[in-house]
Design a binder for this molecule. Sequence first.
Ligand code: 5GP
Ligand code: ZN
Length: 106
Amino acid sequence: MNDCIFCKLVRKEIPTKVVYEDDEVFVFNDINPKAEVHLLIIPKIHIESMLHLSEHHHSLMGKIMVLTNKLALEHGLHGGYKTQINTGLKGGQEVFHLHVHLVGNR
Ligand code: 5GP
Ligand code: ZN
């Protein structure tokens, strides 16, 4: 158990509308959306940030990127979208559980 807010969402300790989940990945709406679509795509395991990635995470991170595009299309972002991964204090990261921002307007 840990105090990470995103881990609490994954464990359903904090109720949230689940946009997508499988055994490895969890997706939900950003609480403070910057556009019509603003999803956060996260691994279910607690990885603090991109700074904590290793070769073990190749398939997980590849899966997250392909899923991000699939969700973008499912949410009508056929014209394109932005992704952002803030990494570390100097990268503006506020929640230290690796997450991909998927941001776009239809
Ligand atoms: P970052 O760490 O990439 O700078 O930003 C963290 C993002 O998580 C922010 O966009 C913020 O709005 C979002 N966020 C922080 N706490 C929660 C929460 O409890 N629920 C949800 N759905 N989003 C959150
Ligand atoms: Zn976590």
